[in-house]
Design a protein around this ligand. Structure first.
Ligand SMILES: [Zn+2]
Length: 554
């Protein structure tokens, strides 16, 4: 409820400020901005009136019926007003956030014909008036305008989403922009280097007969097929992890520190890598045992059953990850701060999400990145925001992010994504069947491979899977990016915080290129770029400036 009041006040201010700017053109905008600089981006004034004895109720009624609606109509925000019976006083808070100065706006209000026409005029009942400009300390309706909205993106009668988007993007200093571009563009090359390095390792294992020897060892140790599969898997995973370790260190540790995104020293970082390897051995082990089980039992239709097993594991993994896997790396706690939790849960209820908790993850243990996510499947779904987001962002930014995450939830993105990647999995297995047959005919003898159900052929399958997903990069990115865009639109409608969205999009620009070309965005981006997201937010803002429910009558 508090959130809704805040949003209403905010749209009133935007709507009215936009309309009123038509009436009073501001030739000296720059000068006015300077004088208002003391309380930018929004001015809040606390007014304490001592009312003539016996007139407090009359005053309050006249104020509520006359002053309050007129002030709102003229672009002010009034989050609260109270009567103090003991002292016969009336206290209220009035704010203004727009292109004019508070004083000019206030004088224009008093000089207006509408103000002069107020009946009854409560002013004569004021015996003494005290006014102070105040600074918000807590978030809430009165603090929403602490967002650093740049000139050009502020509400006005000539608000233009493109100009506003450019104004936001222009707030990022060129050196910071260059750094973030370099980081993200380096990531394009890393996609290629990872595929090439893995391919080299897999071909090495096949070509040197190393893979066949790992199989032979597994077969000597045990006669049990599942155990042989597991033993081969452990060797395969450890050997590839060791051979690819230099690349892993570079991209996961050195490079992250170079760009100031990492917070871990080498020891804890290595610890996380080893934990990841252990999870891969256990969960991956169960998976390969199941897949090789069906490959052995269905020599012709193994690719169909392999797809079924893979999709089943994908769903199981998504289901258990938030409960059993993520907590191995980070601490998850329930969000306690009611100031943040209450508006989030209110938004969740408003959108039909039966959430009673919001989770916070201590992502700052590894990284400075601001992030949030929806995880889980079939009952383990949860919304998690990371502590960087909580610590670095204002409430409107958090609300806008949570609106986005709720969009993933309400739009069933997890289930649709499972279907999409399920189809890719079936197609992938069909590709594996054709390509592995082709490769085994040509190189099977040289690599000492007996057939598709031979454990020693695992590097060949890994190579083909890596090539398949490498080629599909633009397809998978575009699918995910499209869902992210849908979640953005949902979030804007749910949270009503276009400036919060824009400000957080700039923070995501710490690690994602803000303004790429369209082809670049299509191929490489698994989330919309900063420009795309900010433009969507500013477009929403523009439409809510002109068609807001409260601007029609002004
Ligand atoms: Zn998302």
């Amino acid at each position: 409820m508090l959130r809704q009041l805040g949003v209403t006040g905010w749209s009133v201010a935007l709507g009215a400020a936009g309309i009123l700017a038509v009436r009073s053109p501001t030739p000296g905008v720059a000068r006015v901005r300077e004088t208002q600089a003391a309380c930018r981006p929004a001015c809040w004034q606390l007014r304490l009136y001592t009312i003539e004895r016996g007139k407090l109720d009359d005053f309050a009624q006249a104020w509520r019926q006359g002053v309050y609606p007129l002030r709102l109509k003229r672009g002010f925000q009034i989050p609260a007003a109270w009567s103090i019976r003991e002292t016969n006083q009336f206290v209220w808070v009035v704010g203004y956030d727009g292109p004019e100065s508070f004083d000019a706006k206030d004088s224009a209000y008093y000089a207006s014909a509408e103000r002069a026409a107020l009946q009854p005029d409560p002013r004569p009942w004021i015996a003494r008036a005290e006014k102070w400009f105040v600074t918000p300390v807590l978030s809430g309706p009165a603090a929403q305008d602490q967002l650093p909205v740049p000139p050009g993106a502020e509400a006005s009668d000539h608000f233009d989403p493109v100009v506003a988007t450019n104004a936001y993007l222009a707030t990022v200093p060129p050196d910071k922009r260059a750094r973030s571009d370099a980081y993200f563009e380096g990531g394009y090359w890393l996609i290629l280097w990872n595929v090439l390095a893995s391919a080299a390792v897999y071909l090495l294992l096949l070509g040197t007969g190393w893979s066949a020897r790992m199989r032979d060892l597994a077969e000597r140790v045990t006669g049990s097929k599942p155990l042989q599969t597991f033993l081969y898997w452990v060797q395969f995973l450890v050997v590839t992890a060791v051979l690819l370790f230099p690349l892993t260190v570079y991209q996961g540790f050195v490079r992250e520190h170079q760009y100031g995104l990492a917070t871990q020293t080498f020891g804890p970082w290595l610890g996380d890598q080893l934990k990841g390897l252990a999870v891969g051995i256990v969960l991956g082990g169960v998976f390969v045992i199941a897949v090789y089980g069906v490959v052995r039992r269905a020599p012709r239709s193994w690719w169909i059953w392999g797809s079924v097993v893979s999709i089943g594991f994908m769903m199981l993994g998504a289901m258990i990850a938030p409960v059993f896997i993520f907590p191995l790396f980070n601490k998850y706690t329930k969000l306690e701060d009611a100031r943040v939790k209450d508006p989030i849960l209110s938004m969740a209820r408003a959108n039909g999400i039966p959430a009673s908790e919001v989770y916070v993850v201590n992502a700052s243990r590894q990284s400075t990145r601001v992030s949030a996510n929806v995880s889980g499947f079939l009952g383990t779904e949860r919304i998690t925001l990371n502590d960087n987001l909580l610590n670095r962002c204002t409430l409107p930014e958090i609300e806008s992010t949570m609106g986005h995450e709720m969009g993933h939830y309400v739009l069933n993105h997890v289930y649709k994504g499972t279907l999409f990647f399920g189809v890719l999995t079936v197609l992938g297995f069909a590709f594996l069947r054709g390509a592995s047959g082709w490769a085994l005919t040509r190189r099977g003898g040289a690599w000492r491979l007996r057939g598709v159900d031979d454990l020693a052929a695992m590097p060949l399958f890994a190579l083909l899977i890596a090539a398949y997903f490498f080629v599909l990069t633009p397809v998978t990115n575009t699918y995910v990016r499209t869902q992210e865009y849908e979640a953005d639109i949902f979030g804007l409608n749910a949270a009503g915080q276009p400036d919060g969205e824009a400000v957080i999009d700039l923070k995501l620009g710490d690690y994602r290129k803000l303004d790429p070309g369209p082809v670049e965005e299509f191929i490489f981006f698994d989330h919309p770029s900063g420009r795309t997201r900010i433009y969507a937010a500013m477009r929403w803002k523009a439409e809510h400036l002109t068609s807001g429910p409260l601007s029609g009558g002004v």
